[in-house]
Design a binder for this molecule. Structure first.
Ligand code: ARG
Length: 458
């Protein structure tokens, strides 16, 4: 058991207490950030003449050797240390002796851990944004290819009006674009450096916090030392954004599961992204989509957990906050995996265009347009609605689509119908006529695709 704080104690820590308290099993995940933060701290101490150039150089080369050896697997991070901070400091002292004992001058583990967690999550925000960008690229490519691929649009999971695949995909593009912008906002708000806040009240050393912040690529130092060590808002914001990403992925997964079902058969999931059954030889299951949907609960759980943990903590640092790590790491890894797998599944998804089109033609998705036809010929909308209702009933009885009826049959229901009704309610017309920005008409879609192409190229 290696601890940094034995001086005041007369008894050994109970083994169970030690294990309960220790965080090395999980905070070793940010060993790189811990070392990077220490390097910046030491450079600042030397610049301020708090540390000699010689001590600085010894410490820096010691830290570099630790970093390299951990990466190469020559040095193992073991449970013998309480946390990653103790591991790095103890190993440094072991390697370079006296100078190593000066590393922690003007620093507390409270501002140190606040920095490590920020550096780690900041890096992951960037990685997550890139993964979302890859997903957006796949969605936009599908949109470009399918501005004329007709399908039914649904409300209440009932066929409503015809749309295109490009239009449906475009909805998800907007969702993931907002997710990406949310990550951007979080980055902007979190990117201030807590190091130099000490345990809670700053330090008496003449630290140059602006310089440390600059070395670590922050916009500047945080402005209140108590808040600096007690703030986990950025973790909450990140987990909230991750929960929203999972909610979007889960809805998309649910649609793919429905579309991939035997009844719909709109899409076929590639073999590489499906699994079989151990007993039913005919099965090809959408397990990846189901797992993405399932893992959503886990990420929501992380958000609820940290919100609950933080709600009763008085200022400033309290050990409760150590609980932020495992769940944040797990949520980040889960979401990264889900986005990457989902992107692969979507990229290889086969769309059965004919099935989609047939489905849009059956199910009266052009009923609104048929009513609009009557309105354009002088029938008040409410009456038109009633007439088309009757027409639909007749069609159901005859097992026909509206455009499969003869003009005589149509005229028997309303004499207003003329030959041009067929053109007016064709799938192509129904979609093409919806030309306002945001609607499925191919020209409107192309404009949106152009805007989004530009967004992705930034
Ligand atoms: N492992 C601790 C954490 O994650 C590091 C900070 C420890 N500070 C302290 N005063 N015990 O929060």
């Amino acid at each position: 058991m290696a601890q940094l704080w034995g001086g005041r104690f007369t008894k050994e820590t109970d083994k169970l207490v030690y294990n309960f308290n220790a965080s090395i099993s999980f905070d070793q995940k940010f060993f790189k950030q811990d070392i990077e933060g220490s390097m910046a701290h030491v450079k600042m101490l030397a610049k301020q003449k708090i540390l000699s150039e010689e001590d600085k150089n010894q410490i820096l080369s010691g830290l570099e050797s630790i970093l390299a050896d951990v990466i190469d697997g020559k040095l193992e991070i073991t449970n013998e240390y309480e946390d990653i901070h103790s591991f790095v400091e103890a190993t440094l002292i072991e390697r370079i002796g006296e100078a190593g004992k000066k590393l922690h001058t003007g620093r507390s583990r409270n501002d140190q851990v606040a920095l490590d967690m920020k550096l780690y999550t900041r890096q992951e925000v960037v990685a997550l944004k890139q993964l979302l960008k890859d997903l957006l690229e796949v969605i936009l490519t599908i949109m470009e290819e399918h501005t004329q691929t007709y399908m039914p649009g649904f409300t209440h999971l009932q066929k409503a009006q015809p749309i295109t695949l490009a239009h449906h995909m475009g909805a998800y593009f907007e969702m993931f674009k907002r997710d990406s912008l949310r990550l951007h906002d979080i980055y902007e708000r979190m990117n201030f450096c807590p190091l130099g806040s000490g345990a809670l009240a700053g330090t008496t050393y003449p630290l140059d916090r602006k310089y440390t912040a600059q070395l670590l690529n922050f916009y500047g130092p945080t402005l209140n030392s108590m808040d600096s060590v007690a703030d986990r808002d950025y973790v909450i914001e990140l987990l909230s954004a991750l929960s929203t990403i999972m909610m979007h992925l889960s809805r998309f997964s649910e649609e793919i599961i429905i579309w991939n079902s035997n009844e719909y058969h709109f899409v076929e999931i590639d073999d590489a992204y499906s699994t079989g059954s151990s007993i039913m030889p005919q099965k090809k299951n959408p397990d990846i989509a189901e797992l993405v949907r399932g893992k959503t609960g886990r990420v929501y759980g992380a958000l609820m957990s940290i919100l609950t943990t933080m709600k009763g903590i008085p200022l400033a640092y309290n050990k409760d906050m150590q609980e932020d790590k495992e769940l944040t790491f797990d949520a980040i890894d889960t979401v990264k995996g889900c986005i990457a797998l989902f992107t692969g599944m979507l990229k290889t998804l086969k769309f059965n265009k004919d099935v989609m089109k047939r489905s849009a033609m059956k199910g009266f998705t052009n009923a609104t347009d048929a009513a609009d036809y009557l309105v354009n010929h002088g029938v008040p909308f409410r009456d038109a609605h009633g007439i088309i209702g009757k027409l639909v009933l007749y069609c159901i009885d005859q097992n026909k689509a509206i455009d499969e009826l003869s003009l005589d049959e149509l005229k028997a229901i309303s004499p207003v119908f003329e030959q041009d009704i067929y053109e007016a309610v064709s799938l192509e017309t129904c979609v093409n006529k919806r030309m306002t920005i945001g609607a499925p008409g191919p020209d409107a879609m192309k404009e949106v695709i152009h805007i989004n192409r530009k967004y992705l190229s930034l």
